[in-house]
Structures are given as C-alpha cells and as structure tokens.
Write a protein that binds this ligand. Structure first.
Ligand code: NAG
Ligand code: NAG
Length: 306
C-alpha cells in the first residue's frame, strides 16, 4: 500500500515537473495539481497515518501541502543579506552547471532562518535561487526527515521512547505537537548514533537564527535530567551538553530505569573478561606434544619427564 502510494506520488511528481519545465503550467499549478491528486488518492491513508495538521516528513504522515493563512505561496520568504552571503558560499562549492547540488544545504539554511521549518515560499525561494523547477525542491524536502514543513516550536526535542514519556507528561503535549507557548515541539528520532550514552535527546535550537543555531545531544538521561534540561532552556539558560553523568563514554555507570547507577567496577578493563570468548580456553584435551628435536637430546640435557 505504502509503496503503491509512493510510486503514484512519484509519477505525479514527474508529471508535474514536466508540466512546469515545459511551461505548459506554472509551477504553482503543478504544486496544486500534486496536492489535489495526492489528497484524493490518499484520504484514508492520511487518516490512518496522520497526526492531523502536522506535515513533517514522508515517514510519519502522508505529504500533502494545504494552503493556510500561515503557509501559502503568497507569503514572502527571502534569505537575509547575511544569509545570501552563505548561499553564495554554498553554491560556490559546486560546478556552475550543477547548481542544484546545493539544494540540501540551502534547504537547511532556509529552515534555520525560518525558525525550524520550510514554508512553501521558502521551498520556492530555494528553487528560484538554484534555477530548479519547484517540484524538484518539493521532492527533496518531502523525502528527508530532517526537513519540517509545518511550523514547530523554538526548540525541537527529538528523543527515544523511554524519556519521551517524561517529556509528554511534563510538557503536556504528545509527539508531533507543540506547546501552547510555541517553545517546544516533540519529535521522535531513530538511531541517533550514540547508543553507548543512551537514553538521549537531540535538541535543535531555533531561537537565535542561523548564526546562533545549535543542534545538541544531551545524553545519559534520566527522566529527571531531561525535565531539568527543558526547564533550563525555557528560562534561556544553557544546560550542560553531552552526557549528564560522565565526561565522555567511559565505563563510569549507566542509566538503569530512572536512575543513574555508577559502575560497580566490573565494567572496567582491569579485571578478567567474562566472555563470551572466541574458543573454549578450558578445553581439557591437551595439544599434541611437539616433535622431538632433530638429532636427539643434546649431551648433558636432563632426562625427559615421565
Ligand atoms: C495566504 O496567507 C494570507 C495571509 O495570511 C491569507 O490572507 C490568504 O488567505 C492565504 N491564502 C490561502 C490560499 O490560504
Ligand atoms: C525537523 O527538523 C529537525 C532538525 O531540526 C530534524 O532533525 C527532524 O528530523 C525534522 N523532522 C521531524 C519530523 O522531526
């Protein structure tokens, strides 16, 4: 079902791209054709997968843009003069005839400037800057989970299920929702590449524009730790980044349940390893005796043991 929908969306995308590049239809007509066709073919699916009103990425909701007073093509978006300098720098990394290669870094920049999400106008601006058909930019923005296409909170907190429960309770929102004060959006993330310091959250901070943007990991979290972190952020403080209980990933302990449990000593490298081993070192069968030295035992050697 998923792949059938995805492939029909791909077809539609290609069709719309052809229309828009051939000039037979403007790109915004292409976008709205895509929107309507996708909506028509997926009503039930959108309901089943969707958290209504939170279009983020193709993995947790069907991607349908809907015009709204806060997100439609007539709302302005442009890079700031400072960010245009960055745009130039990014584009200069690629050969001039492959400008479109800059699409992902430019979407990232636009998302940072736009407080964490890509509006339709931001997508269209990137298309314009890179001389790309708009549909090509939509294809990229809807495919990658690092791009959000709905307004999110100033802090995007993404974490694993264990501590998610604590955050859900403390912030009073569910995953995919934003607190009423617009400060926090809760997201889920798979494989953050830091199992050794799990549980953890990644927090994207959109409060300070492109220059002040941070994307930090907070690791070795107990539920109490994560609550302290979001409370500190809310007050404008800078909570400690990285592990909350050790300096890197040394075997100093682990989070067990809702507590940090310091290492009892058995996790260090000073004791006998507990296995599993590559082979059974206690195998009672002795190895075959070595062959006698050539020419017999040298004179004066002690008699061989019995
Ligand atoms: C686009 O946004 C403007 C400003 O909020 C609003 O007046 C207009 O109705 C919106 N258009 C659509 C099609 O939603
Ligand atoms: C939204 O943006 C962040 C970066 O701030 C990204 O890590 C995340 O995966 C994006 N999408 C969702 C659905 O959270």
């Amino acid at each position: 079902m998923l792949s059938r929908l995805a492939s029909s969306a791909g077809l539609l995308g290609r069709l719309a791209a052809q229309l828009s590049t051939s000039g037979a239809a403007s790109a915004s007509t292409a976008a709205s054709a895509l929107q309507h066709a996708a909506a028509a073919s997926s009503g039930a699916a959108a309901q089943r997968w969707g958290r209504a009103g939170f279009a983020t990425n193709s993995h947790d909701i069907f991607n349908v843009h809907q015009d709204s007073p806060t997100n439609n093509a007539s709302l302005p978006f442009d890079f700031t003069p400072a960010n245009y300098k960055l745009v130039e720098k990014i584009i200069s990394r690629y050969p001039p005839n492959y400008k479109a290669s800059a699409v992902i870094p430019l979407l990232d920049l636009a998302q940072q400037q736009n407080e964490g999400w890509l509006s339709l106008s931001a997508l269209n601006r990137v298309a314009k800057v890179l001389d790309m058909p708009e549909i090509r930019v939509y294809e990229v923005a809807t495919f990658y989970t690092m791009f959000n296409r709905s307004k999110i909170g100033k802090y995007h907190v993404m974490g694993s299920q264990g501590i998610e429960a604590a955050l859900v309770k403390h912030l009073g929102i569910h995953v995919g929702e934003t607190t009423a004060d617009g400060m926090f959006t809760l997201g889920e993330m798979e494989c953050m590449g830091a199992c050794v310091n799990a549980p953890m959250v990644a927090i994207a901070d959109y409060t300070k524009g492109v220059e002040g943007f941070t994307y930090n990991y907070y690791e070795d979290l107990t539920p109490a730790d994560v609550i302290k972190i979001v409370d500190a952020l809310r007050k404008g403080e800078k909570p400690r980044v990285g592990s909350q209980h050790r300096s890197k990933a040394e075997p100093a302990g682990a989070v067990a349940g809702d507590k940090w449990v310091p290492s009892s000593g058995t996790q260090t490298l000073t004791g006998t390893p507990r296995g599993p081993y590559c082979r059974d070192l206690t195998d009672p069968t002795p190895p075959p005796p070595p062959p006698p030295p050539a020419g017999g035992a040298p004179a004066g050697a002690p008699p061989p043991p019995k």
